[in-house]
Design a protein around this ligand. Structure first.
Ligand SMILES: [Zn+2]
Length: 257
């Protein structure tokens, strides 16, 4: 059994499937690691991919992902017939699509997995927002790509964030904190200075304010997910563990008649 993380408001959308995989699943009463291997063991990854897709009821055996590079490029999935491997070679940190029955995912371990859904145009996006991608405004670019490609109005968008490292645990030095402090006049809401050269950053919150600045309504941005480092028994945390597995955050549109 796989107990994924869901964002309540997205769960209520009738034609959207979504979820973030946990670090363990239970089989025959035994806890086993999920998506623990990445590229080291492709066969195991594919097995877990099938189990995860099945647990969410997608009816699919593969998902679309890109090569994530902590940048700000958005991949637009326009053609359902494109091989997953071809999409997988593209470097980007977000995917958007209008195509039903096409699961799109991002992989994270501390970085923020973000799902953006437009219930009016019925289009969806997934975003991988780490510190560097956030600095480069990957979420803003994704909101703009939805407007540009699908005529989405930012005011209609629902933005939900999954498990990620939060202000309780994400310690930075000044060199890393400064670009984020300079990014927003609201930085005191997401960065806390606790000492000389010592800062704490709440990654979902900084993205919440970025979404707001990109035109999404504050009340439509949900950031109440757990901290991956505090709740490391449930979620992978790169900063806490070093080499580790990945959480997979998936979104899939279903056709609306
Ligand atoms: Zn924490």
């Amino acid at each position: 059994m796989i107990s994924s993380f869901f964002i309540n408001v997205l769960k209520k959308q009738p034609s959207l499937v979504h979820g973030t995989s946990p670090r363990c699943y239970v089989i025959n009463g035994e806890r086993k690691p999920l998506f623990c291997s990445g590229k080291d063991d492709e066969k195991l990854f594919l097995e877990h991919q099938i189990s995860f897709l099945h647990s969410l009821g997608t009816g699919k055996k593969v998902f679309f992902r890109v090569t994530q590079v902590h940048g700000n490029h958005v991949y637009v999935l326009k053609n359902s017939g494109i091989p997953v491997g071809e999409v997988g070679r593209c470097e980007a940190d977000a995917i958007i699509t209008h195509i039903p029955d096409c699961p799109i995912v991002v992989l994270t371990a501390d970085c923020v997995p973000i799902i953006i859904y437009d219930p009016i145009k019925h289009v969806v996006g997934v975003v991988h927002a780490g510190r560097l991608g956030t600095q480069k405004r990957i979420l803003t670019n994704t909101v703009e790509a939805l407007s540009c490609e699908y005529d989405s109005n930012p005011k209609d968008l629902i933005v939900g964030m999954g498990p990620a490292i939060r202000g309780c645990c994400y310690e930075l030095d000044e060199a890393c904190a400064l670009p984020l402090i300079e990014k927003s006049s609201l930085c005191s809401e997401f960065i806390n200075k606790t000492g000389e050269n010592k800062f704490f950053l709440d990654l979902p919150k900084v993205n919440r304010f970025e979404g707001y600045e990109a035109g999404v309504l504050m009340e439509n941005i949900y950031t109440d997910g757990p901290c991956t480092s505090c709740e490391n028994h449930r979620w992978y945390s790169y900063r806490r563990e070093g080499k580790t597995g990945r959480l997979i955050t998936l979104a899939m549109l279903q056709s609306r008649e």
